[in-house]
Design a protein around this ligand. Structure first.
Ligand code: AMP
Length: 194
């Protein structure tokens, strides 16, 4: 099963991708996590990405496309994967489809979590409070300024992907406003009919 998750920051992509990863026993590939690891390790990519990420901007297409295609080539992705946070631009979506086509592979579904935009800042604040309570690190881009920029980047560059994937008949829109279990049930139903 090869899946893509779309949805604005705070929609629940990471949470649902992690649950489905367990359920279908396929890896969750989060470009955000990979980039944060590169920043923490201060690799060349990490150094270039750091300030862009902190401000809430998008890392250049060729950088993320290379990261994800190298990752998909790893053996644990043979039976499938869940892309969480990639693609984020039409350029990335086209690069992904060319890359998969070159390997005679295809996507099985693109899941878009549809959420009320007004709820998103509140969800981000909850994420910060949960991190504080748990004593875990707060993301450098989880502040109102960077979050607003991430939302506007989403609207300008990522939202057009709904149309891109609906034209190819791959898009499944899921109501992302319910509780985590309900959203998971709706996703599984959209994918398997169960
Ligand atoms: P995320 O954890 O998915 O919210 O990603 C955190 C940040 O990493 C984003 O705000 C971007 O700066 C960067 N990033 C993650 N995935 C991508 C992508 N596919 N294209 C460009 N930038 C990305």
């Amino acid at each position: 099963m090869r899946l893509v998750f779309l949805g604005p920051p705070g929609a629940g992509k990471g949470t649902q991708a992690a649950i489905l990863s367990q359920r279908f026993n396929i890896p969750q590939l989060s470009t955000g996590d990979m980039l944060r690891a590169a920043v923490a390790a201060q690799t060349e990519t990490g150094k270039k990405a750091q300030s862009i990420m902190e401000s809430g901007g998008l890392v250049p297409d060729e950088v993320v496309t290379k990261i994800i295609s190298d990752r998909i080539d790893e053996p644990d992705c043979r039976d499938g994967f869940i892309l969480d946070g990639f693609p984020r631009t039409v350029g990335q979506a086209k690069a992904l489809s060319n890359f998969l086509e070159s390997k005679a592979l295809h996507l099985d579904g693109v899941l878009e979590l549809v959420v009320d935009k007004n709820a998103l800042v509140h969800r981000m604040e909850n994420r910060v409070n949960a991190a504080i309570a748990a004593g875990t690190a707060i993301r450098a881009d989880d502040n109102v300024e960077a979050f607003v920029k991430r939302l506007s980047e989403y609207e300008a560059k990522t939202a057009p992907l709904s149309r891109f994937y609906s034209e190819s008949g791959q898009l499944k829109q899921i109501d992302g406003m319910g509780d985590v279990t309900t959203v998971t049930k709706d996703i599984v139903c959209a994918l398997t009919g169960l």
